[in-house]
Design a binder for this molecule. Structure first.
Ligand code: AHR
Length: 327
């Protein structure tokens, strides 16, 4: 394995310290199989990798946008193996179906990092993982709703993220755990919106057709883009949302999502932090130095609610919170 590049100097960028490499030294080749470009979150995550894994920092990054195609993702990992990359980073589109290719990476002696989402495979098959706790995100959303409704009954619709992704599975599991403690809630339907604005809009249009404007109280969207689509569908149908109207809950807490939380359209937005590349880089640096790394590094996140709502579960949105949110 190549030795990590000697540290020449450090530069401060966007509040994070980056390391620059001595000229002429060999770059570490990092292959990243990215999920796709389905959401604002995803675009921020991709940009973050480009910002962090620079040549100046000692890396040659090849990031492949797999366009939500699991088979393509497996093929691209195999291409990285064939090209003898130094590290392979996988953000798994779906959690199942990874055993064989992970074994191939391992047999090739290439350290493998699972990032953002998780895989249903033994952790013996990869080096380490970095990501948020998607189940905890779902629990936070459920607990906030319980606090907000304070015992009132509610009919709930769910626009799920892509079927089979750990992000959708975890958020549903977490929210359902809380829902199970609330017999006064009824989850009346749950459909896949594929983490896209278009998907969210289509699912919401079909929900409105099936249940009518009076047939639901809450819409849980598994990411911000789905929430924007759901709003488009509700706007077109003349259905209001916000305090005292339909309740929209979302995940990601991107700049646009939190803008819509600050203006009271989304009542609760639970963060999933896309800024993960520095953590992945630090793991790689530790491995290069021959250090032991944890099997899992948690990317912390928090929840936010609209102004005027008091909460012990999440933070009430302010202009200052939004100003600190760059992505
Ligand atoms: O895996 C993270 C999820 O995937 C984000 O919530 C979503 O926006 C993205 O597409």
């Amino acid at each position: 394995m190549k030795k990590i590049l000697a540290l020449a100097c450090t530069i401060a960028m966007a509040g994070t310290m980056f390391v620059t490499a001595n000229a002429g030294e060999e770059l570490l080749k990092i292959g990243y199989v990215q999920v796709g470009h389905e959401s604002d979150w995803r675009m921020a995550n991709t940009q973050n990798y480009y910002d962090v894994f620079t040549e100046e920092a000692g890396f040659e990054l090849e990031l492949i946008d797999c366009d939500n195609d699991h088979a393509r993702q497996l093929t691209e990992v195999r291409n990285f193996i064939a090209k003898d990359f130094d590290y392979i980073v996988i953000d798994p589109i779906q959690s199942a179906g990874w055993d064989n290719v992970l074994k191939e990476v391992q047999d090739a002696g290439i350290p493998c990092i699972i990032a953002d989402r998780s895989v249903d495979a033994s952790d013996d098959l990869y080096t380490t993982a970095v990501g948020t706790d998607m189940t905890a995100e779902g629990v936070t959303a459920g607990q906030w709703l319980a606090e907000y409704l304070a015992g009132e009954g509610a009919k709930i619709l769910v626009i799920e993220g892509s079927t089979g992704s750990s992000a959708a599975i975890g958020r549903s599991e977490g929210f359902n755990q809380v829902a199970a403690e609330h017999p006064e809630w009824e989850i009346i339907d749950s459909q896949d919106g594929d983490f896209t604005q278009n998907g969210g809009q289509q699912v919401m249009e079909s929900f409105i057709k099936t249940y009518g404007a009076d047939g639901f109280d809450v819409v849980v969207c598994h990411n911000d883009n789905e929430a924007y689509g759901a709003m488009d569908a509700m706007d077109a149908a003349g259905i209001k949302y916000g305090v005292g109207e339909k309740i929209i809950i979302s995940f990601d807490a991107t700049n646009e999502g939190l803008t819509r939380t600050l203006n009271g359209q989304i009542l609760c937005d639970v963060e999933c932090n896309p800024i993960q590349a520095v953590i992945v880089m630090n793991v790689i640096k530790a491995l290069q130095n021959g250090e032991e790394v944890e099997k899992f590094t948690l990317v912390p996140d928090e929840g936010f609610c609209a102004p005027g709502i008091e909460s012990e579960i999440v933070t009430t949105m302010t202009d200052e919170v939004l100003a600190g949110r760059k992505y």
